[in-house]
Design a protein around this ligand. Structure first.
Ligand SMILES: Nc1ncnc2c1ncn2[C@@H]1O[C@H](COP(=O)(O)OP(=O)(O)OP(=O)(O)O)[C@@H](O)[C@H]1O
Ligand SMILES: [Mg+2]
Length: 334
C-alpha cells in the first residue's frame, strides 16, 4: 500500500521557485490501481520521482507498507528502492544486453547470483508473455514488447508497489490496451498497489479503481472511479464522459438540460421517465454512454422547449434522485 501525506516539492529555478507538488495526499491500497491524471507540468512525474525516491521531497510523508520512505537514511536507499518497481514511458533498455539480462539487471545490482538471476528472469518473462524472446536483443522487439520487458524488469526485485509514469504514451491504441491489460493482470496476480500517471482518459477508464486529478501540484478531485464519474459536473466526470461538440442546438429555442444517469442497466433511462411524466419529447443534443468499473453511466444533453422550462425539468429530475443541471449556451453546467 502507498500512502502519501502532504507531499511538497519545491524546485528552485534560476529566477523563481516552482511548487511542483503543493500538499499532495493520496492512498493506493494493495491490489488496486490508482490513476493520476493532469496536464503537462501539473507535477505528475515529480510525484512518481518523489515516491520512487529518485528525488527527495521538500516535505511530507511517503509510506509504503507502513514504512516512511522519506526517513530512510541514504545508505539504505538502494534497499528501500527494491520495494518499488518503476515503469517509464520508454523502457530505456540496454541494447547490448539480451532481454533476459535486461530483466535481471536489478538483481545484479542487488548481488543476486547468476543462476538465481536467470531463473527469476525466465519466470518474469513468462509472466509478461515474452518467454520466447529471452535471448533476443531489445532492437529486435516492438515498442509494446520492449515495454513488457520494462515491466518485467520493474518486477524483478519482487516489489509491493508499481509506479508507472505514462507507460503507454508512446504506444498505438491496440498495444496500449494490451499493456494496460497486462498491468491489471499483474496487479491481481501479485496483489500490487499500482500508481499510474497518465494524461489519457482511456487509461483511467480501462484499469483504474480510483483516480486523482492533479493541477498545479494539487489534487483537485479524487476518489473511487465510480464516485468521481458519478459526481455531476465534476471535471473528471465531464472528461471521462466527454460529449461530442453540439451541432449548434445549445442556442436554439428553449434551453438545454444535462442529465447524468447512473446504473440503469435494463431499466428505463431517466430521460424516458421524464418524457412520459411531462408528455413531451426531449430532443437529444449530445449523449454518451460508458460502462466503467461495472456501472453504466449515461450523460445526456437535451433540449427543453417552451412552455416547459429547463428549471422545471431539472426540478423534476432532482425530486427523483437524478442529477441534472441547466446548461448555459456555451455548454458548461450552470
Ligand atoms: N528537476 C527540475 N528542476 C526544476 N524544475 C523542475 C524539475 N522537474 C520538474 N520541474 C518543474 O516542476 C513542474 C512539474 O513538472 P513535472 O515533470 O512533474 O510535470 P508533468 O505533470 O509530469 O508534465 P508532463 O505531462 O509534461 O510530463 C514543472 O513546472 C517543471 O518545470
Ligand atoms: Mg511527466
Amino acid at each position: 500500500m502507498i500512502a502519501v501525506t502532504d507531499l511538497k516539492k519545491v524546485y528552485r529555478q534560476a529566477t523563481r521557485e516552482v511548487r511542483a507538488l503543493d500538499g499532495v495526499a493520496l492512498t493506493v491500497p494493495d491490489n488496486s490501481v490508482h490513476g493520476v491524471i493532469g496536464q503537462s507540468g501539473a507535477g505528475k512525474s515529480t510525484l512518481v520521482r518523489c515516491i520512487a525516491l529518485l528525488d527527495r521531497p521538500t516535505s511530507g510523508v511517503v509510506e509504503v507498507n507502513g514504512t516512511d520512505l522519506t526517513a530512510v537514511r541514504s545508505a539504505d536507499l538502494r534497499r528501500a528502492r527494491r520495494r518499488l518497481g518503476v515503469v517509464f514511458q520508454h523502457a530505456n533498455l540496454f541494447d547490448s544486453r539480451t532481454v533476459a539480462d535486461n530483466v535481471a539487471y536489478p538483481l545484479e545490482l542487488a548481488g543476486v547470483g547468476r543462476a538465481e538471476r536467470a531463473s527469476r528472469a525466465a519466470e518474469l518473462l513468462g509472466l509478461v508473455g515474452l518467454a520466447e524472446n529471452a535471448d533476443a536483443h531489445p532492437a529486435q522487439l516492438s515498442g509494446g514488447q520492449r515495454q513488457r520487458v520494462g515491466i518485467a524488469r520493474a518486477l524483478a526485485t519482487d516489489p509491493d508497489v508499481l509506479l508507472c509514469d505514462e507507460p503507454t504514451s508512446a504506444l498505438d491504441p491496440a498495444t496500449t490496451g494490451e499493456i494496460l491489460d497486462l498491468i491489471a493482470a499483474l496487479k491481481a496476480r501479485l496483489g500490487l498497489a499500482v500508481l499510474v500517471i497518465t494524461h489519457e482518459m482511456t487509461v483511467v477508464k480501462r484499469i483504474c479503481d480510483s483516480v486523482s486529478l492533479l493541477e498545479d501540484g494539487r489534487v483537485v478531485e479524487s476518489g473511487p472511479l465510480t464516485e468521481v464519474v458519478g459526481a455531476f459536473g465534476s471535471r473528471l466526470s465531464e472528461s471521462l464522459l466527454a460529449l461530442p461538440p453540439a451541432a449548434g442546438a445549445d442556442s436554439a429555442e428553449g434551453g438545454t438540460v444535462e442529465v447524468l444517469d447512473v446504473g440503469r442497466d435494463g431499466e428505463l433511462s431517466a430521460l424516458t421517465t421524464a418524457s412520459r411524466h411531462f408528455g413531451v419529447d426531449f430532443p437529444v443534443v449530445a449523449a454518451t454512454v460508458e460502462r466503467l468499473a461495472g456501472t453504466t453511466f449515461g450523460r445526456w444533453r437535451v433540449q427543453v422547449l417552451p412552455p416547459l422550462s429547463p428549471d422545471e425539468v431539472v426540478g423534476y429530475f432532482s425530486a427523483n434522485g437524478v442529477q441534472a443541471g441547466v446548461t448555459a449556451t456555451t455548454g458548461s453546467v450552470r
